[in-house]
Design a protein around this ligand. Sequence first.
Ligand SMILES: [Zn+2]
Ligand SMILES: [Zn+2]
Length: 242
Amino acid sequence: MGLWKFLINSILPPRCIHCGCILSEHNGLCAECFKKIRFISEPMCACCGRPFDGEKEVAFGKTLYCAMCLKKKKKLLTMQRSAFIYDDFSKNLILDFKFNDKTSSAETLANMLYNAGRDIWKEKPDVLLPVPLHRRRLLQRKYNQSALLVKYLSAKTGIPADYFSLVRQQNTVPQVSLSGKERRRNLISAFSAVKPENIKNRKVVLIDDVTTTGTTLEECAKVLHKAGAAQIYALTLARTES
Ligand SMILES: [Zn+2]
Ligand SMILES: [Zn+2]
């Protein structure tokens, strides 16, 4: 350990990004908090990444698809993955990251995204796109949490980030406060590809913190599809269980 790092560690020891306890190493979360995260692993739907509870499995050779994906004819999102289940614990972890200026959480969370995205990295995507925030929301919050995740993820994967080609036009009401129908209405024409030439014929990965109904990702995918994206993948920290 360098002298500078030693000094910093003595004055500001690394802390758990969730409970704040002191850690011996810079690994983000303490063992207790880490254990509480419900990470998503195989078996899962090869398309949407939905974890299987055993009953809903449909086997096609070795690849499994959920009933919802088998039913859908047109899929704009080729592949979707999430690091963990959205529950009370992970909700707080993400809220801390979003609102309490815990930008130090970003690296730890981006590493989780990296692990969750291994099937996507195999497809050799061209660019990482954060789900954008509206300018006004961005000013309130000081940073776009998804863009911050993209920054670390881009450094780790070597895949370029694009923060400007996909934008949010309307200052939409936060999705969490709305029902499914309202969510869709709230997002109609909320997104647009201002630089379609940066999207055309490229394999793009959308990055966001949470997906619940999937409406936000779908709306972004529609816009990217229209702009001529070759493939659209989505990677989020958390997703609801079903
Ligand atoms: Zn902790
Ligand atoms: Zn599925």
